[in-house]
Design a protein around this ligand. Sequence first.
Ligand code: ZN
Length: 100
Amino acid sequence: MERGSKPEYQLKIAKERINILFDEAKKTAKEDPELARRYVKLAKRIGMRYNIRLSRLRRKFCRHCYSYFLPGVNCQQRLKNKKITIKCFSCNKTIQYPYK
Ligand SMILES: [Zn+2]
């Protein structure tokens, strides 16, 4: 098998697993942020292994400490100059991405 490429069915399973992990992270983020963080890390690792981009999900967690974002609970979202700024309360870092 070619290095770096995985069969289609494996990619499908990996994507499903990532979605499930993010669902779980969402459910547990409030009660158990540590566990949610573990889910996010796992999802990211699967994504890296199968070369799946977490484009849609990337904004849902902190890229510094992997906390799952719950707006108003563990992060603060601000809209400024067509940009969204998210401040993570766990590591106090900010993330910016364009907004349209
Ligand atoms: Zn953080």
